[in-house]
Design a protein around this ligand. Sequence first.
Ligand code: NAD
Length: 393
Amino acid sequence: MSTQLLDQKEHDAKKRLAALIQEGQKISSGLQVEKLSLPAVKGYELVVKVTDRKLNLVGIIAIHNTELGPALGGIRIQPYATFGDALEDALRLAKGMTYKSAVAEVGFGGGKSVIIADPFKQKTPEMLLAFGAAVEKLAGSYICAEDMGCTTEDVKVVRKATKYVVGLPHEKSSGDPGPFTAWGTFRGIQSAIKKLYGTDSLEGRTVAVQGLGNVGSHLAEYLFWAGATLILSDRDAEKLERLTAKYGAKAVSTDEILKVPCDVLSPCAFGGVINDQTIPQLKCKAIAGCANNQLLKDSHANVLKDRGILYAPDFVINAGGLLNVAAELDDEGYNPRSPRYKVHHIYDTLLAIYEIAEKNRESTHSAALALAEYRIKYGIGKRVVPPTFHHSA
Ligand code: NAD
């Protein structure tokens, strides 16, 4: 689709939204929110299917655990092939958020939602408004935010139907989570270097970064200034060329990046990269990146351990964005200094996890899971003050 057509589409969508709101017809009357009681959702507190046939809306909101606070997690908009695929993704991501929040001690639980739609072709303001109305029905047990396929502009639309939203583009909001996630990942890479070599200096160490997006591009910059030698890869050739020139890095193809000899491999593109095919090809001493669900299966953590590759668990190292967005709901309002401090200390949390794993002769992944489960069981980090939503409508 040409840029002109896209601009026209966006313009039409904005006009329709303005008209909808003005007319007070905020939410379609065809919205249905139905609790799912399938065997697959056992162990989850609440999973609902959200539909509105008139609007072609099919979505899922999954709340895994709210022991430590209301569930917080993004809205992912993706053209899943089947409802089962969407459900599987929502469940996996919601559970991951429970563990990420527990280790980060943000006083939130785990939840996630998905909308089955192509974000470039099928997403409409009406659909987002109806989805927001479904979030509102859950009365704050699930707080939504942006995620893949769902922009800050989209959550602004969702906000018209519910206050249970974070990550809005306004002055009281936390803004782009990328730099915070990148800083946490940088500190995680330092923790891995410290564990491997006894010093956390990155001077002369080689780090291979897969994916130079919102997080990876900031990470490359932090690593450059810390003196690391960089090997970079991205499927976007123009971006790759620009950033390799900027940081005096070596560029490699998307096929090569997982196989290059390096101190740390940093997966920052997508999940599932650590699997039966890739593990035998790895030539890194540690893996420390921001991508969610890097291990295709939990058991791959043991294979890494047996190969002597140190793994910084993804849901610990990539919590910087969550810490930042959670600060938006502090009763005194958002101040970037408080999440900065917490993100910085992802380093210490990871060092502690490496030690526990070593003592218990288990993988770092299972040590991190055990830490999260312990905190949930004993209410460590449980929210005492309800979240405050500072934004106005
Ligand atoms: P992004 O979409 O901005 O960036 C992903 C980058 O990876 C893009 O530049 C893309 O071109 C590149 N890419 C895609 N396929 C590739 C391949 N085969 N080889 C090399 N590069 C490839 O995403 P992001 O926001 O930077 O997030 C990256 C990962 O981190 C995702 O898995 C995301 O879920 C996770 N994460 C992000 C945040 C955040 O704050 N943005 C927080 C936690 C976790």
